[in-house]
Structure formats: structure tokens, C-alpha cells
Design a protein around this ligand. Sequence first.
Ligand code: R1P
Length: 278
Amino acid sequence: MTLPDFPRTAEGRVYHLGLKHGELAPRIVTVGDPSRALKLAEEFEGGRESVKVESDRGFLTLTGIYKGVRLSIVAIGMGFANMDFFVRECRECVDGDMFIIRFGSCGCLSDLDQPTGMSGAHYISHLPDFHIPIKAYADDRLHEILAGTLNNAVPRDSKVRVDHEAVNASTDSFYSSQGRITSFPDHNENLLEFLIDRVPGIISLEMETFHLLHLASAYRPTGDLTVQVNSETGPMPTFPLTSLPTSNPTVSNRSPSVQVDNSRGRIHACSAQMVFAS
Ligand code: R1P
């Protein structure tokens, strides 16, 4: 079985990010807000990017040189759907290993402001009942490098605490599944207490990290789309082909192998965020 061609415009650009091969670096920082991307791009050599692509769908890609290395900053907006466009379409625009760090903000379940490298993220859906079906993990090595960098960035005498084993929950709404009460019948009055009780180490809520870590570890550069089942949670009942990558896969169910270009390499991802006590 051979993979079908990835959807592209006549110019060879992926549909939603608007990128074509060569415009994206394999090292990527992703943020939500375009103004954050532009601010970060001021750190590029020469004070600006050499490639700027603004897509019709609101994605912004800035590629430049940082400390002698080619780097892309991509602003994706918010939520799982945009993270999905971002990871899948970027994968089609570079060869070799890809390294992705999300740099975002989030709501906090503790009373400290702290820069945090997330060890992993749960997925929280407001339907049907805020259950916590699965967790995805950061790339060990990238997470370690990120943690070291954040440690060095914080002055030793600072009261700011850097936490690298924190666990995040990514939600499908800023409102219902983050416990905010609005004029809809979300039945979420006790959600935050429930999460603190049920998810060891949980410290923050945002809307993208789970999907980033999940897709990065699910990607199969060799083309073997074997389904792997998480030993902690078992298979997710509704979406077995996309729910499974964690650091402890133990069971395999065969599915057809697919021919993929082996030059692509793996996807390594982790997430850093400034946790603001709310
Ligand atoms: C909600 O206001 C948005 O802010 C956080 C959440 O994950 C969500 O996308 O992310 P950013 O700081 O990347 O925008």
C-alpha cells in the first residue's frame, strides 16, 4: 500500500499553513499568538526573519537564523484542530528529524507563577463527561535540554520555581473543560477539584500540548502503521488508530504497512509554558 499524495496547491503549498518545501526549518518553535511570534523573531540574526509566510487561514511562519542555526517560528492560533494542521503540514515541508517546542501560556492549578517544561499532557474533552482517557509524553531528550535551558535562564536567587515534571491537561474548550462557568449547561462546577484529585502532578490547563505530543510520538517515519496500545489506559474505544502513542506501548495489533519516504526522520516535541497563577 502506498500513501496517497499529500494535499497541496498547484504551487506545491500545503493548504492551511501555505508553506512549500524549503520555507520551513526542521527546528520549530510554535506559539499561539502571531504577535508573540513576531517578538521572538526579533532575536533572529539581523533582527528579523528571512522568510515570512502568512496563510489565508491565519497561520504565520517566520524562518531565520538563531545563533547560527536555521529556525522557524510558527504562530498557529488555538486548539487541537490548528495543532493538527500544524504538525501534519509541517511534516510534509521538511526532510529528516523535526524538533518542535511549543511555547505558550496556560491557566494554573497552583498558586505559583513559574516557567514550566511539561513532562506530559492529558486530553480533556467536555463531552460526554470530562473523562481523562489518555496521556501523551514529551520527547525525553528534548524535554531534558529544554529543562536545562530554563534552569539556566532563571537567576539562582530568584523565587521563581522551575518545574519540569509538571503535568498539563489540554482541553477542547477554554470555557467548559477548563471549569469556567458561562451561560451554558456545562455541569463543570467541580471540574478543577476533580482534575486535581484524579491527575497526579497536574499543574496547568491549556489547549494544544496533548495533541502536539501525541502526534509527534504517533508518527511513523518507517511507514509501519502498527497500532500500539498504551499499557496504562488500554485502547481508546472510539479512535483506536490515533490514540495510542505513549512511552510504554506494550501490545501491537497489525494493520497494513504503508510506504513512506524514509528520509523524513522522526518528530521530537515538547512543551514549555509560563504558568500564571489565577
Ligand atoms: C487561550 O486563551 C489560548 O492561550 C493558550 C491556550 O492554550 C489557548 O490557545 O495558549 P497560547 O499562549 O499559545 O495562546
